[in-house]
Design a protein around this ligand. Structure first.
Ligand code: PBG
Length: 328
């Protein structure tokens, strides 16, 4: 008689119905936030390093928002490609209530009000030097003056109808300044999703092409974005942003930082979102293009991994494709 195990973990994996019944994590379209790029141009502009992703004029953005609604995706995230002639050292176009971002917000909120609109608060799509803030004579991104400008930018976006403002700049104290400005401005119900633990990463390349800042960026963002070596510091960043009034926090990039996501979730028990960045999207597409991996499997597996690690949701350029797979 063998004393082989009565405990056979493969038993529950033997049939599809049983695997579904024992799944510990559920991924649905409601877990997805779809990042969209807006162009001031007349027609769709494919982005070379992001195959399958385009910049859309406002009309196309509204169509994408309708598509999101029909797929059950609750929220879209907007990023503008500001025309070069409107970029300046101080990024003043960010404060123009009629800028491309604000026009896109208003168009979506008018046509598809039931879809949430998340807006990026940072100056990089508007500055001539490609940095997220104001730069001094030494090229240093100055903190407090930038936080002030960001609070005004957030207010302009809220006035246009943004539901969630998402500061992605990593200045100290900006969440508090934005929260104060929203309260004072009559936008108490506008949420703040703070890019709390955002790393100085090599995974943002295609995004910078998409918003048109890659050719402009002088130097790197290491004096404000986090060092990939650090995890404790991420917890301090999250603690500060929550204390300053963030409703939810984000960890970015995604897959290489699942340990951070899990630690943040365990330490704070607040809504945590992950950003599967442009470079991560490009890696999956590159693997699919060479046959090294299957796109649909990689997309669903990576998105599930974020949920398993504790994410409330994921920003992903694959959102619409994934929702279609999930809704089948
Ligand atoms: C800019 C911003 C970046 C991303 C979101 N907001 C790029 C950066 O910090 O340089 C990256 C998104 C992506 O790579 O998909 N504030």
């Amino acid at each position: 008689m063998s004393s082989y195990p009565a405990l056979r973990l493969r038993r529950t994996r033997a049939a599809d119905w049983s695997r579904r019944m024992h799944a510990e994590t559920v991924l649905t379209a409601a877990d997805l936030i779809w990042p969209l790029f807006v162009t001031a141009g007349e027609s769709e502009e494919p982005i070379g390093t992001l195959p399958g992703v385009s910049r859309w004029p406002i009309g196309g953005i509204v169509e994408r928002a309708r598509e999101a609604r029909d797929l059950g995706i609750p929220c879209v995230a907007l990023f503008p490609n500001t025309p070069p002639e409107l970029r300046s050292d101080d990024g003043a176009e960010a404060l123009n209530p009629n800028n491309l971002m604000c026009r896109a917000i208003r168009a979506i909120k008018e046509a598809v009000p039931e879809v949430g609109v998340l807006t990026d608060v940072a100056l990089d799509p508007y500055t001539a030097h490609g940095h997220d803030g104001l730069v001094d004579d030494n090229g240093y991104v100055v903190n407090d003056a930038t936080a002030e400008a960001l609070a005004r930018q957030a207010l302009v976006q809220a006035a246009a109808g943004a539901d969630i403002v998402a500061p992605s700049d990593m200045m100290d104290g900006r969440v508090g300044r934005i929260r104060e400005a929203l309260e004072a401005g009559g936008y108490a119900n506008v949420q703040i999703m703070a890019y709390a633990a955002k790393y100085a990463s090599g995974f943002y390349g295609p995004f910078r092409e998409a918003v048109g800042s890659s050719g402009l960026l002088k130097g790197d963002k290491k004096t404000y974005q986090m060092d990939p070596a650090n995890a404790e510091e991420a917890l301090r960043e999250v603690a500060l942003d929550l204390a300053e009034g963030a409703d939810s926090v984000m960890v970015k990039p995604g897959l290489p930082y699942l340990d951070i996501l899990l630690r943040v979730k365990n330490a704070f028990e607040v809504p945590v979102f992950a950003y599967q960045t442009s470079g991560e999207y490009a890696m999956i597409e590159a693997a699919a293009a060479t046959g090294a991996g299957e796109r649909d499997v990689l997309v669903l597996e990576t998105l599930m991994a974020f949920k398993r690690a504790g994410a409330s949701g994921v920003l992903s350029y694959h959102a619409a494709h994934a929702a279609r797979l999930l809704n089948r």
